[in-house]
Design a protein around this ligand. Structure first.
Ligand SMILES: [Zn+2]
Ligand SMILES: [Zn+2]
Length: 339
């Protein structure tokens, strides 16, 4: 079968590999859609850790076509895959902190992923999808599950004002989730196409964070949220954007870091500012215990997911997408192995 393999840093190739075999408690999944993610590009460049050679693809949906001993899902079942596998044994797992597992490994990072015709996964990583769910929505459940964790951390309440910094798939999903939670949502991103999309999906206003007077426009006395927003969600993974989040949040407000900045990025923070303004500054990493909710929410029809899938490509085109920069206005590229 064909698989998109990260062979070494900066070397992605479409290869012919043996079909996967389901081990104990595992399923074989025929992939119907797999998302290309910013962290895939970071793995290619070495900015995010992975263990090549490995088949990429951690945002995966598909159909069960095989099962090893001890598996139970029937053939033909549609599933979304939670790529993050925790050991259930270490001190963090035993405390319910699964994303901090000392043995954590991930499908499409440390073991073969879904940018392929098929993959094998432990059955406990599979979540059943309704047959009626449009193709691609199951693969979007992975970024959606990460956003649900961020929303749980943020504790957005009806009537809150929220600024989302970043207009990619995470930013666009967070904006919709914050609105669903009853907040007035402002989205900040440099690309006009992404601001237009956020407005069409329900953001009360959008702003260019690169524009002069951005902080004043959001948190100034005649700004969108005079005195600052209740919650700022950093979803760009950029040090400067984090600094802006700290500047536009109100006193005793909450800043959640959802975006993955380069490991080496550094930002200037005044401890007095956090102390005296009593800011809550939190990180949100991965999707522990939120994948099932993401599937339920995607199936509920309460989110507008179709506009987030910018285009679909075949496996042949995937290496080029991974090695190149995202196109302007592009939110999510899906790889459809059957196309
Ligand atoms: Zn991802
Ligand atoms: Zn563990």
């Amino acid at each position: 079968m064909r698989a998109v393999r990260l062979r070494a840093l900066d070397a992605v190739e479409l290869e012919d590999v043996p079909e996967p075999i389901a081990g104990l408690g595992e399923l074989v999944i025929r992939v119907t859609a797999a998302g290309v993610c910013g962290s895939d590009r970071h793995m290619v460049s070495g900015d995010y850790p992975s263990t090549p050679p490995v088949t990429l693809g951690h945002e995966v949906e598909g159909v069960v076509v095989g099962g090893g001993p001890g598996s139970s899902l029937p053939m033909g079942t549609r599933v979304a895959i939670d790529p993050n596998i925790s050991c259930l044994q270490c001190r963090y797992c035993r405390a319910g902190l699964f994303s901090h597992c000392t043995q954590l490994h991930a499908i499409g990072v440390d073991r073969d992923g879904g940018l392929a015709e098929m993959l094998s996964v432990p059955e406990r990583q599979a979540y059943v999808l309704p047959a009626s769910l449009p193709t691609g929505f199951g693969a979007l459940c992975e970024p959606l599950a990460c956003c649900l964790r961020a929303m749980d951390h943020a504790g957005v309440k009806p009537g809150d004002s929220v600024v989302v910094l970043g207009g990619g798939v995470i930013g666009q999903l967070l904006a919709q989730l914050a609105r669903l939670a009853g907040a007035r949502v402002f989205l900040a991103t440099r690309q006009r196409e992404k601001r237009d999309l956020a407005e069409s999906l329900g953001a009360a206003a959008t702003v260019d964070p690169g524009a002069v007077g951005f902080v004043e426009a959001v948190a100034g006395l005649s700004g969108l949220a005079p005195g600052g927003v209740d919650v700022a969600l950093e979803a760009a993974g950029v040090a400067e954007t984090f600094a802006l989040a700290m500047d536009v949040v109100r006193r005793a407000g909450t800043v959640v870091v959802v975006g993955a900045a380069p490991k080496s990025a550094v930002v200037h923070v005044r401890p007095f500012d956090i102390f005296e303004r009593e800011l809550r500054v939190l990180g949100s990493h991965l999707n522990p215990l939120t994948h099932g909710r993401a599937v339920d929410l995607a199936a509920s029809g309460q989110l507008d997911l179709a506009p987030l899938i910018t285009r679909a490509v075949g496996l042949n085109e995937a290496p080029e997408v991974l090695m190149g920069e995202p196109k302007r206005g592009e939110i999510k590229v899906h790889v459809i192995p059957s196309s």
